[in-house]
Each structure stands twice: as structure tokens, then as C-alpha cells.
Design a protein around this ligand. Structure first.
Ligand code: SF4
Length: 359
């Protein structure tokens, strides 16, 4: 009982609502995978309607317009097999050596969503049924005699769908058994209780994405509240002896935006973080400023016509990515102002916590 009391948060925090899709589709190929069967049983046990598809292609998700397509897709979970191309891993600097995917798509509704324009077709949430194949393939990418890091949240929020898939805890368990292979993932959700007792052996770094309360409330629909995310990071970082996960955690502050009272807003966030991690634990920071591309802006404005995100190109600097695509970032002067605020405030409050990068 003492352990439970130790982990109790300073004030009661309402956990976020679990996402429940309106429909679940499962392909014939996914049904043949034991992990697909496991997901099928999970969603059935939750009372969700499951439709067994006749073919491995997802069809019929398009609505009359982009918004209806968005609504249909974002309320659908499809259990599918990842294509063979998913087994050819791509590097993902500065976050990790390689990215791999447990799923594609995310049930949240962030008005700046990083996925807008990067995934093909309607934004349906696809969970991969061939998980053992995906995990066993990672071993082929392990570097000799040094730790190789793998990022699992480039195309999804793996914690937001964990109650439907179980794939994140299975992946943490898998990495716990591997030498020199570390897992990284990031989330805006808070349902971490099921991850606290998974034998991770220090090979997983969970990160929670945080932002100013104003941005979380206005622009991150369907995610856990800031207070719920702080409670989650506390549980993950708390030593196992005290009932926590004993993970070395990470804080991703993103996307940083110079909203009118940004200094006050971000100061409040860092104050709350210091109160949250008020016990000895290890953690790192990653700092990401807001950016957009012409394609992501067009799609996001269709999805969220009343968005409060500042998409004005005239106040931005244009950059080219390595494939020649345009992206809009803040001007050098704004970047410098934001960057020096975060570096000085973080170094002052958390001198032992490395800042892995600013971008
Ligand atoms: S949590 Fe991430 S992936 Fe999901 S909607 Fe928000 S930005 Fe997009």
C-alpha cells in the first residue's frame, strides 16, 4: 500500500478517455497472424464491432469531401499486415538510428499534425498484425559493439492505441531481451499503467510530448490533458520499488510556438515539470519548433478550417529539405529567442538533464 501512496500524484488528475473506434476492420492476411488474432480478441472483448474484410485492401473509407473522409477514417481501426517495404528500415536523425512502425495513423486531432501529408490515403489507423516479423527484423539492423536506437512513433502514437493492440508492451518486452538495442517512443496520451511492470531492463526510453497548456487545450484534440501527461511521466520515471516503471524518460517539448504570452506559458509548463519530477530520476529533453510544408498546410486547413495555428508564410523563413521539398520555419531571430529561453530555463532548473537537440 505504501508504494501505491508514494506514486499518488499531488492532486487528483482525471485520466484521459481511451479512444474507441466506431468500426474495426480486419483483413484476411491479418487474421492469419497470431498477433492479429490477439488484437481481434482484444477489440471484441471491448465490445467493438469487427468486420472481417474479403480482401486485403481497405476501401469505402472516402466520404463526400476531405472532411467527411477524415471523420470516417479517424474513427476506424484497421488491423492489417505491414507491407514487405516496412521491413526495410530508414534512418531517422536526430531522434534515433532507425524508425520502424507498429501502426500507421493516430486517433488524436492535433491541428498541426506531423503526419498530415506524410501518409497516403485517408488517415485511418492501421495496426500491424505481423508484429513478430517486424520485431525480429530489427535485429538485422543492430550495429556491432554499440547501441542502436529504434524509434517507434514516427507514424503513430503507439500508446494512444495500446489498449486495442498490446503491441507497445510486447515491443518493450522484446527490446528488454535484446543486447545493444534501445527502443524510443513518444506519446501525447497517458494510459501507462500497463507498461509499468513490463521487464524493459533499461532498454526503452518512453517520452511524453508536452506543450504550453493553451496549445494543448486548443490545438491537440483527443489527447490527454497536460496534467494527465505529467502524471504519466511521473509514473514512468518513478523507481520500480515505489510502484513506478523505473524508466529513463524523455520530455519532447513540441511544437514550440511563440504565441502572444509564450514566455509566461512555457515558464508555467517548466514549473509544473519541476514539481512533477521532484525525485531522483534520469531524463532528457528534445525541443522542436513548429514548421509546416505547403502540402501539410493545405491538408490541415481542410481538416481544421477553424484552426488557430499561424500558417502565415510571410512571417517565416523558407528552407529546403534533403529531397528538395519546401518547409516554413520561424525566422532566425525568433528561433534564437525561443532557443535561448529554453536552453537557459532548462539548464537552470534541470542541470543534469541533457538537451538532445533543438530543431
Ligand atoms: S498525437 Fe501526433 S500523430 Fe497524433 S494527431 Fe497529434 S501530432 Fe498527429
Amino acid at each position: 500500500m505504501e508504494a501505491v501512496q508514494e506514486i499518488e500524484y499531488t492532486k487528483p488528475v482525471k485520466p484521459s478517455k481511451l479512444w474507441m473506434p466506431k468500426q474495426v476492420l480486419i483483413t484476411p492476411a491479418a487474421l492469419q497472424e497470431p498477433w492479429g488474432q490477439q488484437m481481434y480478441e482484444r477489440v471484441q472483448a471491448l465490445g467493438l464491432p469487427v468486420q472481417e474484410l474479403k480482401s486485403n485492401r481497405l476501401t469505402g473509407l472516402r466520404g463526400e469531401d476531405e472532411r467527411e473522409t477524415y471523420r470516417n477514417a479517424k474513427s476506424t481501426l484497421a488491423i492489417v499486415t505491414a507491407p514487405p517495404s516496412a521491413l526495410k528500415l530508414q534512418p531517422i536523425p536526430p531522434s534515433a538510428d532507425y524508425q520502424f512502425h507498429l501502426a500507421e495513423g493516430c486517433p488524436a486531432h492535433c491541428q498541426y499534425c506531423y503526419l498530415a501529408g506524410s501518409l497516403q490515403g485517408p488517415p485511418v489507423i492501421r495496426a500491424f498484425a505481423n508484429l513478430p516479423t517486424i520485431l525480429n527484423n530489427l535485429v538485422n539492423y543492430r550495429k556491432p559493439n554499440e547501441v542502436t536506437t529504434f524509434e517507434a512513433s514516427c507514424y503513430t502514437d503507439p500508446l494512444g492505441i495500446e489498449h486495442l493492440t498490446g503491441s507497445l508492451s510486447e515491443t518493450i518486452r522484446f527490446f528488454g531481451e535484446q543486447e545493444n538495442m534501445h527502443l524510443r517512443w513518444v506519446s501525447k496520451f497517458d494510459q501507462v499503467d500497463g507498461l509499468l511492470s513490463v521487464p524493459h531492463h533499461g532498454h526503452t526510453q518512453p517520452r511524453i510530448s508536452l506543450n504550453a497548456d493553451f496549445i494543448s487545450r486548443r490545438m491537440e484534440g483527443g489527447t490527454a490533458s497536460l496534467e494527465a501527461r505529467l502524471a504519466a511521466i511521473r509514473k514512468l520515471a518513478m523507481p520500480q520499488l515505489l510502484g513506478g516503471g523505473g524508466y529513463k524518460v524523455g520530455l519532447v517539448i513540441a511544437p514550440i510556438m511563440p504565441i502572444p504570452d509564450w514566455e509566461e506559458q512555457y515558464t508555467h509548463l517548466l514549473d509544473r515539470l519541476a514539481q512533477t519530477l521532484d525525485f531522483p530520476c534520469e531524463f532528457t529533453f528534445e525541443l522542436i519548433s513548429h514548421r509546416f510544408t505547403p502540402g501539410s498546410k493545405a491538408l490541415l486547413q481542410e481538416w481544421y478550417p477553424n484552426t488557430s495555428i499561424d500558417f502565415d508564410e510571410s512571417t517565416r523563413s523558407m528552407k529546403f529539405n534533403k529531397f528538395g521539398g519546401k518547409k516554413y520555419v520561424y525566422t532566425a531571430a525568433t528561433m534564437q529567442q525561443l532557443r535561448s529561453f529554453f536552453y537557459s530555463e532548462l539548464n537552470r532548473r534541470f542541470p543534469a538533464a541533457p538537451i538532445l537537440y533543438w530543431t
